[in-house]
Design a protein around this ligand. Sequence first.
Ligand code: ADP
Ligand code: MG
Length: 264
Amino acid sequence: MAAARTVDAVKQLHYLSGALKAPRVIESAQRLADQARDAAWSFEEYLAAVLEREVSARDASGAELRIRAAGFPARKTLEEFDFDAQPAAKNQIAALASTAFLAEARNVVLLGPPGTGKTHLAIALGIAAARHAQRVLFATAVDWTTRLTSAHQAGRLAAELAKLRRYQLLIIDEVGYLPFEQDAANLFFQLVSSRYEHASLILTSNLAFSNWGAVFGDQAVAAAMIDRIVHHADVVTLKGASYRLRNRGIETLPSMLATTNEHN
Ligand code: ADP
Ligand code: MG
């Protein structure tokens, strides 16, 4: 009798979990039912365990979707970052890892020479944000200006900026890698302004702020932009030699080495 009732209930569970769009419920309901019977769980404990599985699976797949949608060039995490190479940045990054800066619309600026982990940390903070249910988009400064330029040319810059404001975090990698044309610099300025005190940016650059004037072709534009960026920001300065070249027994880049050798 009881067995027949169980078979009916399982059939009904198939239907109900489908109707709830919670297909994992059917799997965990059956698996946990055995565990619950063995360990004499209360009905409440059993129901909580089933729902808990569904909620954590949804959170994980949500995070995974947000990570994939973010357009990261690679997957890098804070756990993989070797802080022995950047001891001075450790506490600052550890504080940022909570992603509390997003709720305050604060920015993060990662500065330092090539290979010191700026992009790695920007991605890792982006992944942390995605895991905290935040929407993230990653692109290089050049790609952002391309995107804004085409929106501008199509007469929908305002709509594009409004759409981007729905992302809690935008990551702008490699500011200063290439100088901007004036139009691009202005569009970039509009992006920074539209985020100001509203939503966060993470920027990376291998140039000190004092050299940003050359990137944006105009000291006044650069100064106004830096003002908005750093007003509420954590500036993390990475130091030292490229992590890529560590333990290779070379202190300089190959091209520099070649030049030096010519003199020998
Ligand atoms: P940057 O953007 O500053 O030029 P990247 O973040 O691209 O440097 O780092 C270059 C490579 O070295 C990447 O593969 C990155 O994962 C790795 N890397 C850099 N710094 C560290 C570190 N401290 N710990 C682990 N990997 C690192
Ligand atoms: Mg980089």
